[in-house]
Design a protein around this ligand. Structure first.
Ligand SMILES: [Fe+2]
Ligand SMILES: [Fe+2]
Length: 200
């Protein structure tokens, strides 16, 4: 495999994970928007499944792979991206805290708090904007520097980390679990975003 192939494969794996996460965040906003301003309860099971996906996927796979390969290797090769990488690493922690708040907001909404939907919707908008900017920074600032600085061996390590579905450390089951959960979310999410009931 040529260097360009390994590099492009690694980059497309990272970008694909970003798209999956963005798709689930967007689907969640869609579900909330459908019930805002109405007395109709949302499909809490679906919202929990989405939140679980958003919480677990970055924590279990995406961020650790960025920290241990892409960011670590780039900092070894050059100091060009040091500052932005430090910001992004801090954002990985910040995102975790925001998800904690989102989880609490979902539980209090489900428990019947009168302004539950507004509070959850606000927390989701904040998280969505935060995460979108985070991914944009990685794609528009870090990846271009990485393309100039990383070696073929580095790109192979990045690609292996992001395509590690069969890695015994993460387990094939872990990859399958997230793929199945993603498919279930798509099935349950109302059209036109997902495949679920239009009135869902
Ligand atoms: Fe990240
Ligand atoms: Fe990322």
């Amino acid at each position: 495999m040529k260097q360009g192939d390994v590099k492009h494969e690694a980059i497309s794996l990272i970008e694909r994970e970003h798209r999956s996460l963005a798709a689930v965040i967007d689907a969640m906003k869609h579900v909330v928007k459908k019930v805002e301003g109405s007395d109709k309860p949302p499909d809490f099971r679906l919202l929990h499944a989405m939140l679980y996906y958003i919480c677990e996927y970055p924590e279990q796979r995406h961020h650790p792979s960025e920290d241990s390969t892409l960011f670590a290797l780039l900092m070894q090769r050059s100091d060009e991206a040091d500052e932005i990488i430090r910001d992004l690493e801090a954002e990985h922690d910040e995102g975790e805290e925001m998800l904690g708040m989102l989880t609490v907001a979902l539980s209090t909404w489900e428990a019947g708090r009168p302004d539950g939907v507004e509070r959850f919707s606000e927390a989701l908008t904040r998280f969505s904007e935060f995460y979108w900017q985070h991914m944009q920074k990685e794609e528009s600032k870090v990846l271009p520097i990485a393309q100039r600085q990383l070696t073929e061996e580095d790109w192979r390590a990045v690609k292996d980390a992001f395509s590690a579905h069969g890695d015994p450390l993460l387990g094939q089951e872990k990859g399958d679990e997230f793929n199945e959960l993603f498919s279930e979310i798509v099935r349950m999410t109302p059209a036109p975003i997902g495949l679920g009931d239009l009135d869902g």
